[in-house]
Design a protein around this ligand. Structure first.
Ligand code: CUA
Length: 400
């Protein structure tokens, strides 16, 4: 082997070693930096790059503004404190890379993300620079003869096998530990049942209290038992670093341990049809005592509600609001405003009066009588009680 070729091999080996060391350093740094952010000083640890979204600009905006921002078509102001709380602007603090993390169980996710990102940047820049340096250094010049490339070099082969292997093993171990942590809820976790359908969420809390928003206590492990009524949906809360599909006719699980009280965003992140993008709700992480207060007061309220109040509450909690407006505007389904007692024309040309029987049938068997121009996409609500259906009828009656 010629002297110059040996030198090239030696250079390449040294460069590979340096790359490996730098990657190990970058990974360790990001791992070390992570717990500090998790410990509750995200503003201090993070670069000052908060997303300039309206919710940040108006942290104490009235609920009506918040509803507008979220695209919720609810002109009727929420009158209960928990609904007003859920309608306040989402906490959108964080860095330009990631929103804040408030899940104790999801810490490893950020570490892995930053490690992979740092490595990708590092190798992209290092390889691009090496290519440029080699192109210039070994370019063809008059008087220089091309030298043969080495057919084999043990040092080089060993270096570029061992370093990537170590990196892959480190990534696998980190990923595996994170996966196990996120897949194993503690036994004493608080349980919330989640049901999704086109296009609404329903969270059934302890006591059977139902809500279209998820309410949880701070500093408590929460386990979600989730299923779908129709198609695939996916539960995603960015600040929790939790994303899990909801599958019809089976249960899937997710869990988290929220560390910071606040109001956070919740999305459906599996494309599920027309109003997929409207399946955005709120996770309210209550400070100590707040969750119990919410459960007690909402339960008491549901026990002595008038039928009209019950119907009004169901309009939101059962997700009717996703497709039916109460102000006359047309969305996926017909508006409820002013339909009571009206004669409407059906798809087959026949006419029907909107009365108790028509409304009941439209709820428990939505495709029996469909109206022209509206997709037959409403899910069947045959699990509603008599009192629930009666309440919805009273509510529709009241929408003159
Ligand atoms: Cu539900 Cu997308």
């Amino acid at each position: 082997m010629r002297h110059a070729t040996k030198n090239a091999v030696r250079h390449t080996t040294v460069i590979s070693l340096l790359l490996g060391l730098a990657v190990a350093f970058a990974t360790l740094t990001s791992v070390a930096a992570q717990p500090a952010e998790q410990a509750g000083q995200p503003a201090a640890a993070a670069p000052a790059a908060p997303p300039a979204t309206p919710p940040t600009a108006q942290p104490v905006a009235p609920p009506s503004v918040a509803e507008g921002e979220k695209g919720s078509a609810a002109p009727a102001a929420s009158k209960h404190w928990w609904d007003e709380l859920a309608a306040t602007p989402w906490d959108s603090s964080g860095t330009s890379w990631l929103p804040i993390s408030v899940n104790k169980a999801g810490q490893g996710t950020d570490t892995m993300f930053i490690a992979v990102l740092a490595m990708s940047y590092f190798f992209f820049i290092a390889i691009a620079l090496a290519v440029i340096v080699f192109v210039v250094k070994y370019r063809h010049r008059p008087g220089h003869k091309a030298q043969p490339s080495p057919a084999h070099s043990d040092a080089l082969e060993i270096t570029w096998t061992i370093i990537p292997t170590l990196i892959c093993v480190a990534l696998f171990v980190g990923g595996w530990r994170g996966y196990v942590a996120l897949a194993t809820p503690p036994r004493k976790a608080l349980e919330v049942k989640v049901e999704a359908w086109k296009w609404a969420w329903q969270f059934t809390h302890a006591n059977g209290v139902e809500d279209s928003n998820l309410h949880v206590p701070v500093d408590t492990p929460v386990r979600l038992v989730m299923t779908s009524r129709d198609v695939l949906h996916s539960f995603w809360v960015p600040v929790l670093r939790v994303k899990q599909d909801l599958v019809p006719r089976r249960y899937t699980y997710a869990w988290f341990h929220a560390t910071k009280p606040g109001v956070y965003r919740l999305y459906c992140t599996e494309y599920c049809g027309t109003n997929h993008s409207q399946m955005k709700q709120t996770v309210v992480v209550h400070p100590a005592g707040g969750y119990e207060k919410y459960l007690t007061e909402k339960y008491a309220l549901s026990q002595n509600q008038s039928p009209l109040e019950r119907g009004k509450a169901l309009y939101t909690s059962k997700g009717c609001i996703g497709c039916h407006t109460i102000d006359g505007n047309r969305t996926v389904g017909p508006s409820w405003k002013g339909i009571w007692g009206e004669q409407i024309t059906l798809g087959d040309g026949s006419k029907v009066t909107v009365d108790e029987n028509y409304i009941r049938e439209s709820i428990v068997n939505p495709t029996a009588k469909t109206r022209p121009g509206f997709p037959p996409s409403m899910p069947v609500f045959d699990t509603l009680s008599e009192a629930d259906i009666g309440g919805l009828i009273e509510y529709i009656k009241s929408l003159k």
